[in-house]
Design a protein around this ligand. Structure first.
Ligand code: FES
Length: 351
């Protein structure tokens, strides 16, 4: 069918205008928005085709109704235990099969009818929704400014200086409440991370026997763990303190000690190093007698205890701190001060 045969009320505006029915709009600044030329559907131009589509849609809705009736009837017709053979599903429950089939059909036909209706009979005219201007008009701007000025005048903010100033003061101080809450994060650590319980004169206590350590208790080839005297397991901060103060004690032939400071800080070849790995703080426990290497089990950092506990392998960034030790008048091993470097993970530069 050519456009000559199309009723004018069914033609798009441009074509209708060409026939003299409608004046095309000329005030649109975007005369061609880029849409393809509108093509009328057969149902738009042929009433018989439109009727056919209407009947098709109505048929689908009618069939859906029948399927729903079939769904209800299935409950009455089929006993629960009735089994039937249906190709290609095999043996299935007649009731379940019919319920599923009828309900599926009822829903599908409603959807298919709606889609066919929308595609063939509902309006398919492309609609362009023009964006309105974003900037407010001068009148609106003037109205906003005048409303603001009215509000300011009515609130007397300019005149009541006392209220204005105290209000600003109150608003400025309120956030301080939030700052005060930061106090709940606990006290500042200050120097606590750099200090341990070790101090001059503190005796070394064997962590297994809880007895003061004597030089004769430490034999070549053995590894002993020690902590400061006075620290008890039931102390409230026991874990915090032991995590910083735990020691590894070994004895090395003095001539085998390569590091000069280590030799000077030892007592007759007995050396005391922090047990806390300088990588991320695991307790070190594996000792290799022949080489005097200790190994951290967490990430395999290895330290040479005969050479200032320097790192010979692994991710640790610093040597293990050494504690200077001696013997007191009772013949027990004692500290001659605190560690000179922070123990544990090297989160800070050594000071
Ligand atoms: S904690 Fe010791 S190597 Fe990682």
């Amino acid at each position: 069918m050519s456009s000559q045969e199309i009723p004018e009320e069914n033609l798009p505006d441009e074509q209708a205008a060409a026939h003299g029915a409608v004046e095309p709009a000329h005030d649109d600044p975007f005369a061609d928005p880029g849409l393809p030329a509108h093509k009328p559907r057969i149902q738009d131009i042929d009433e018989r085709a439109a009727k056919r589509s209407e009947r098709t849609v109505a048929t689908m809705f009618l069939l859906s109704m029948l399927a729903t009736v079939g769904f209800i009837a299935s409950y009455v017709i089929f006993p629960v235990d009735k089994i039937v053979f249906i190709f290609p599903f095999g043996h299935v429950s007649a009731l379940n099969f019919s319920l599923g089939l009828t309900l599926g059909l009822a829903l599908f036909l409603i959807g298919a009818g709606a889609v066919h209706w929308a595609r063939t009979l509902m309006s398919d005219v492309e609609v362009a929704d023009d964006r309105h201007a974003i900037e407010a008009t001068p009148e609106v701007k003037a109205k906003v400014l005048s409303d603001f000025a009215d509000g300011a005048r009515e609130s007397a903010l300019g005149r009541r200086k006392l209220i204005r100033n105290t209000m600003f003061g109150a608003l400025a101080l309120v956030p301080l409440s939030g700052v005060m809450l930061l106090r709940d994060l606990g006290p500042l650590p200050e120097k606590k991370l750099r200090k341990t319980l070790w101090a001059e004169g503190k005796q070394l206590v064997n962590m297994n026997t809880m007895e003061p350590l004597r030089p004769e208790d430490v034999v070549v080839g053995s590894l002993t763990f020690a902590m400061p005297e006075g620290l008890e397991e039931h102390d409230e901060d026991f874990q915090t303190q032991i995590a910083k103060a735990a020691l590894m004690i070994i004895r090395i032939e003095p001539d085998d000690i390569k590091d000069k400071r280590e030799r000077e800080w030892a007592h007759e070849g007995i050396v005391a190093f922090s047990k806390i790995c300088t990588h991320v703080g695991c307790p070190i426990s594996l000792y290799e007698q022949q080489t005097h290497h200790v190994l951290c089990p967490c990430h395999q950092s290895t330290f040479d205890l005969s050479d200032g506990a320097r790192v010979i392998f692994g991710p640790a960034g610093h040597a293990l701190p050494q504690l200077r030790i001696g013997v007191n008048s009772e013949g027990n091993l004692q500290a001659l001060g605190d560690f000179e470097e922070p123990v544990g993970p090297a989160f800070w530069e050594r000071g």
